[in-house]
Design a protein around this ligand. Sequence first.
Ligand code: HEM
Length: 526
Amino acid sequence: MEQLLQTYTELRQGVSTYALLPLLFTLYIAGISLYRLYFSPASGFPGPKLAIVSYWYEFYYDFWKGGRYTWKIRELHDVYGPFVRINPHEVHCNDPDFFPILYTNSSKRKSDKSKWLIRQSWTRDSTFKTIEHDLHKQRRAQLNPFFSKASIRSLEPLMASKVDRVCQRLQHLASHGQVVSLTHAFAALTLDIVSHVCFGVSYNTLEDDDLCKDWYEGMVVASRGGNLVRHLPWIYTPLRFLPRLATASTSAGMQASTGRQKELESTVRDVIGRHNSEGTKEAAKPASRTIFDAILDANVPAEEKSEPRLVNEAHSLTGAGAMTTAKAMEQTIYYLLRQPDCMQRLFEELTAAIPDDAVIPSSAVLEKLPYLTAVVHEGLRLSKGVPHRFMRISPDASYHYGHVIIPRGVPVGMTLMDFVEDPDVYPDPQSFDPERWIPFDGPAARKCRDNLLIFGGGSRMCVGINMAWAELYLTIAVVVRRLGPRLRLADVDFERDVMVVEDGFNALASRDSKGLRITLEPGVSS
Ligand code: HEM
């Protein structure tokens, strides 16, 4: 009897506890919503109530709508003004005058990144994704020397040989009227260059039958997956291991992504092994020293040189170095092919400047060609760069801008794509119009240049900017000079294959995209 009574009491206690759960949950949600609406440090900024109280609003546009929050944020600015609360913690700004205040140098203020950014990422230990200002500064100092103007100049023979090779491969692959993917060809080119700079050995994907199709598809899958992982970070671990387990996975993209991960891990292991067996490379000739040698030689804590951290860095450098620049090359060639008068004018300028198309001039010489300069700038602008917003957190002092104060600790970001599509600076911004850059030192072009903030700004500005410009000038000049009049678009639909419609951090075309595909007319190029 006593036992029965005890069981009854336990049951009642159990029932009442369970009955309390929904109530506790409701109170928790109400409490957190009230806090986010009225007491959070970001509560002074307007925005949709749903976005302020919950991340599900952003999730809907990021995941359900497929990387569309960036475009939704634009609409929110139309309703709420230049500063908008876009999620429970973050403020977004679209006022260009705020740019230099937000993206400033280390001497002016510390700039942390937001943890929200690294939730989506397989590169969370890279320089790019480093949250804390001082640690970023230390990591960035190891990269800077490899990307200075002088270093990039010394890399030009390597770049030229790869550009030469991409032309040969295009001619070979398209020799019998076959369709070739310029998307994969340009990704192979940029990947081969950046892998050489990082590891001292090029991936040589230009030699692969399908160029770097697998690597590229893997990047696209990882980019799209990022929009899910950012919201549901617990999914990161199963996602990392799932493809390894499911070797027979039906998703080619997943397999490609796994292959890419394995390849990077083994490359980094090789680099560490080679470095350790050769001893310190401090005294080595600068030309033979790689980024990873510099990191491994640096006087920093051991965890900074750990294999997982270096794999993260390798992921980030190869991804950042290859995807964006290749996209800009692809878009530039696409617009030239859509506007044959522009292609013809560029070809004529190049033929005059490079009488022997076997000789590849330096990028410094190419930068003096006015029409090429206009085309390269316009193509880069229309490639949109990275469509995702770049957040900063000022850890020590609030941001002050007119009457607006953003308290320290509040993440605030801007979307660089907004600048390159600003109709006040670039009338009819979606059209390809190299004329807007001519004359290059005139007032209109100057305004265009000042707004081409596609590489970001301040202490975390793109480290690869010099490399990107050199690659763009060399590639566009040589490809157009040698093959321009013979290139034809092969079943390319702008909205399906070219237009940037998805923010997967990288700029992505539609999910049905077949990439930019071309054929080559027979004949002599010059
Ligand atoms: C058209 C080409 C490119 C565009 C539009 C571009 C754009 C950007 C932007 C906007 C950032 C700043 C991110 C931020 O503010 O948080 C960035 C950072 C970075 N980019 Fe680029 N990039 C390009 C080419 C390259 C190349 C060729 C490399 C070579 C490896 C590279 C490597 C990096 C790295 C490592 C960072 C992180 C820098 C840091 O956090 O200190 N990028 N890029």
